[in-house]
Design a protein around this ligand. Structure first.
Ligand code: FAD
Ligand code: NAI
Length: 468
């Protein structure tokens, strides 16, 4: 295979583009295949980046309307220019996707536009939009084709009135009433955006709590904060159908356990009930690549599929569907292919919800520790006792540190509060080094910072916080 690539990556989301760059850094001859016009995948085009642009802008709009006056700033009633806000989002996306194209050039990575399929190990066929095909040869293939929104049977998404996150980031006017199906990350982030911009938002959730998987204490407290902001919740409930025949949507909602249905009117329904792995068009049957029971590409724990020379990373394999998890897997497989010891520590992957306040966690929840029979000690510190939080009027929330009762090793950290998504990383670094609550509590933290609450929660594990 003299003219073959060392590596072809299919999909240029955070998993694929990072993998390609790392492989090129390690001296491999690399190509990427992308079916969309722009690089960057779900995350940069229709996910992390546009949603954060809207979260930031809508937060400033909300603050200008509600928070400024309490700090002696008179600006009058702020006026929404939705097209302008969408323009800010689109510019942000454009800058990021162009950035990936620049990085491909810089790292001498060949790029092919079209749908990549894998007839066999060593071979990738790229079918362009006009149907022309290009056959490529390669020593290794990494599949990084990501995921797509899950849908509900009988409910047809048109991305206009019944939308996924993609349509919810493109609405042309502020809906009077937005009904969100699913109180997970997308539902709460995008529900917050439209609530801040003026919609009445009702979140219908199948389970009896929001943010399943996050620490229950955090979930309960956070729900109270969102309620104060105006979001309404209908827990333990399911949507069974939507009548689209009238100007407004009529949504049938039933108790999750079954029972009498009620009809709720809405202008827009956001379906945010999870995402599913995306493998369409890859022709995996032909290559003999196996999927697991949930349609994800099955790997051996080191990204290798059952077929030699074919690997997979990111949302299309098991594990949390997070951009940084995909990125770390991209680096790890590139290093493995270069003969190094690529590795991802799945025990220390931070998880952040970018609402106001933010919710962030790393490691295990109290429920997980209890279920595993681990003897642990918890230390908690509220931001209401933190000077900087008071100065910024951001006193909602707390930090909770969970540590092994015998060894004091930190097993999990959970934060709900302003800037939680940045603060969580000191816990992540500590946990990567197997640090203890005492290590964290004895580390000098600058004053006045929100992060002092992390130190205090660590001290609280040993029942010796200073400021409560
Ligand atoms: P993707 O980013 O999905 O990229 C896959 C790429 O493969 C796409 O470009 C696709 O076009 C391409 N592709 C698919 N099939 C083929 C084929 N056959 N040939 C060629 N190309 C193909 N995660 C976070 O960590 N933080 C966040 O704040 C966050 N916010 C999100 C907000 C929203 C609204 C959504 C929907 C998701 C969000 N996520 C977030 C999740 C994050 O986007 C994903 O975890 C991440 O994008 C997964 O990366 P990936 O590389 O595995 O796949
Ligand atoms: P999710 O898995 O976070 O939440 C889905 C929610 O819908 C759950 O609470 C679930 O119980 C509920 N649900 C499922 N079926 C239902 C039904 N029929 N009726 C009512 N509720 C139902 O999924 P979401 O929010 O769609 O996001 C998908 C993924 O995208 C996330 O899991 C996450 O990995 C990623 N993401 C990450 C973000 C971040 O890191 N900040 C932001 C947005 C998305």
């Amino acid at each position: 295979m003299a003219d073959a690539y060392d590596l072809i990556v299919i999909g240029t989301g955070p998993g694929g583009y990072v993998c390609a760059i790392r492989a090129a850094q390690l001296g491999m001859r690399v190509a990427v295949v992308e079916k969309w016009e722009t690089f960057g995948g779900t995350c940069l085009n229709i996910g992390c980046i546009p949603s954060k642009a809207m979260l930031h802008a809508s937060d400033l709009f909300d603050e200008a309307g509600h928070a400024f006056s309490s700090m002696g700033i008179k600006v009058g009633e702020p006026e929404l220019d939705l097209a302008g806000m969408m323009g800010h989002k689109d510019e942000t996306v454009e800058a990021n996707v162009k950035g990936v194209a620049f990085l491909f050039k810089k790292n001498k990575i060949d790029t092919y536009h079209g749908t990549g399929s894998v007839p066999a190990a060593g071979s990738v066929v790229v079918t362009a939009a006009d149907g022309t095909t290009t056959d490529l040869k390669t020593r290794n293939i990494v599949i990084a084709t990501g995921s797509d929104s899950a849908t509900l049977p009988g409910i047809e998404v048109d991305e206009k009135r019944i939308v996924t996150s993609t349509g919810a980031l493109e609405l042309e006017s502020v809906p009077e009433k937005l009904l969100v199906i699913g109180a997970g990350v997308i539902g709460l982030e995008l529900g917050s955006v439209w609530n801040r911009l003026g919609s009445d938002v009702l979140v219908v959730e199948f389970l009896d709590r929001i943010l399943p998987g996050m620490d229950a204490d955090v979930g309960k407290n956070f729900q109270r904060m969102l309620k104060k902001q105006g979001l309404e919740f209908k827990l333990s409930s399911k949507v069974t159908g939507i009548d689209t025949s009238k100007k407004r949507l009529s949504v049938s909602v039933e108790p999750a356990a079954g029972g009498e249905a009620e009809t709720i009117e809405a202008d827009i329904v956001l379906v945010s009930i999870g995402r599913k792995p995306f493998t369409e068009g890859l022709g995996l049957d032909q290559a003999g690549v196996e999927l697991d029971e949930r349609g994800r590409i099955r790997t051996d724990g080191h990204f290798k599929t059952n077929v030699d020379g074919i690997y997979a990373i990111g949302d299309v394999i098991d594990g949390p569907m997070l951009a940084h998890k995909a990125e770390d897997e991209g680096v790890a497989i590139a290093e493995i292919l270069a003969g190094q010891a690529g590795h991802v520590n799945y025990g220390v992957i931070p998880n952040v919800v970018y609402t106001m306040p933010e919710v962030a966690s790393v490691g295990q929840t109290e429920e997980e520790l209890k279920a595993a029979g681990v003897d642990y000690r918890a230390g908690k510190f509220p931001f209401s006792a933190n000077g900087r939080a008071r100065a910024m009027r951001q006193t909602d929330g707390f930090v909770k540190v969970l540590a092994d009762a015998a060894t004091d090793r930190v097993l999990g950290v959970h934060i709900v509060g302003f800037g939680a998504g940045d603060m969580i990383h000191e816990a992540a670094v500590l946990m990567e080094f197997g640090g203890s609550a005492e290590d964290l509590g004895r580390t000098c933290h600058a004053h006045p910072t929100m992060s002092e609450a992390v130190k205090e929660a660590a001290l609280a594990v040993d029942k010796r916080p200073i400021h409560i």
